[in-house]
Ligand binder design. Structure first.
Ligand SMILES: [Zn+2]
Ligand SMILES: [Zn+2]
Length: 286
C-alpha cells in the first residue's frame, strides 16, 4: 500500500503535439527544401489549446508524422500554401485514408483560387475516379470540408484572415514562382501566414523585403520562420539576400526549407545575425 510520502514519478509520455495548455506552439514535422533527403519537408503543426492544424503536407509528410506518432488521419485541419509536391504530395494519402479507413472528412483552409488549382491540376487524377455515383466521379467536397479565409480589402497587398478556435491566422500572397515574375501579383498563387499577429511563416517566397517591412508594420511580429536557399538565383530567398535585411529583422528570423548542406552553415548563420535554423521535430512555443 503506498504511503503518503511516496513521490509520484512524472508522467513520462511525450506531450501531445496536437494541443497545448493554451499557448501557441509550432512544431516542425520537417525542415528541408523540396529535394532534401535528410530533413523531410518544411511542413508544420500549429497548435493552440485544443485546436491544431497541419500547414502543408508534402510527399514525405505522412511518413514524417508517423515517426512523431501521429497517423495522418489524426490531423483535423490542413492549410495549404501552394501546390508544389513538397507541400501537397501527401494529400492524396490523407484523402484516401480519411475516406476509406477513418470514414470522415478533414477540414482544409484554402481560398477558392487555390482550391481550383489544387483539385483540377493536382489531386483530381488520383482521387476522383475511385468511386462513381450516378455516373459522376468524386469531387473536392467528397473529401474535404473547406474553410475559406475572408479577404481584407484596402491593404497594399492581398490579405485574408480566418479564425479557427482560439487561433487567428492572416494569409498573404508571396512571390515564389516563376522567378521572372515582377512581384506577387504576377506570381503563381502561393501564401505565407501570420499566427496571432506574432509568428510569421513565409512558406515559399523569393527575396521580398517589402513583404517583411509591410507585415512587421501591421503586426507585432516576434519570430519569422523564413525559407532559405544556400545559392543565389532560383525561387527562394538566398542566404546572401536575407543577410541584407535590417539587423532587427534578422535577429527574429529562424531559417527553414533548407538543403542538406545546412548543418555545415550553422555557424555562419549565427555570425550573420539570424536567430538560427529551424530544427526538425522541435516545438517552438510562444
Ligand atoms: Zn517548398
Ligand atoms: Zn514551392
Amino acid at each position: 500500500m503506498p504511503t503518503k510520502n511516496v513521490t509520484k514519478t512524472a508522467n513520462s509520455s511525450p506531450p501531445s503535439l496536437l494541443s497545448t495548455e493554451g499557448g501557441l506552439a509550432v512544431t516542425f514535422v520537417g525542415t528541408g527544401g523540396a529535394f532534401s533527403k535528410r530533413f523531410y519537408q518544411t511542413n508544420i503543426i500549429v497548435a493552440k489549446g485544443e485546436t491544431h492544424l497541419l500547414v502543408d503536407c508534402g510527399t514525405r509528410t505522412p511518413e514524417a508524422l508517423d515517426k512523431l506518432g501521429i497517423p495522418i488521419t489524426r490531423i483535423e485541419r490542413f492549410l495549404i500554401t501552394h501546390t508544389h509536391a513538397d507541400h501537397i504530395g501527401g494529400l492524396e494519402e490523407a484523402m484516401l485514408m480519411n475516406r476509406y479507413f477513418a470514414k470522415k472528412k478533414a477540414r482544409i483552409i484554402i481560398t477558392d483560387l487555390l482550391r481550383g488549382i489544387l483539385w483540377n491540376q493536382s489531386l483530381r487524377g488520383g482521387a476522383s475516379w475511385n468511386e462513381v455515383h450516378d455516373g459522376k466521379a468524386l469531387n473536392f467536397d467528397d473529401f474535404w470540408l473547406q474553410e475559406k479565409p475572408k479577404r481584407i480589402r484596402g491593404g497594399d497587398r492581398e490579405l485574408a484572415t480566418i479564425r479557427v478556435g482560439p487561433l487567428e491566422i492572416a494569409l498573404f500572397r508571396t512571390m515564389h514562382i516563376p522567378d521572372s515574375a515582377a512581384g506577387w501579383e504576377d506570381s503563381f498563387p502561393s501564401y505565407g501566414m501570420i499566427f496571432d499577429g506574432r509568428v510569421l511563416f513565409s512558406s515559399d517566397t523569393r527575396f521580398d523585403p517589402g513583404l517583411l517591412e509591410w507585415t512587421q508594420g501591421l503586426f507585432p511580429i516576434e519570430t519569422i520562420f523564413h525559407d532559405v536557399q544556400l545559392f543565389s538565383g532560383g525561387v527562394h530567398a538566398s542566404l546572401d539576400e536575407l543577410s541584407s535585411l535590417p539587423v532587427a529583422t534578422r535577429a527574429k528570423m529562424v531559417l527553414m526549407h533548407y538543403g542538406d548542406k545546412m548543418p555545415e552553415m550553422v555557424d555562419k548563420v549565427g555570425e550573420l545575425g539570424f536567430a538560427g535554423i529551424a530544427e526538425q521535430g522541435k516545438t517552438y512555443r510562444f
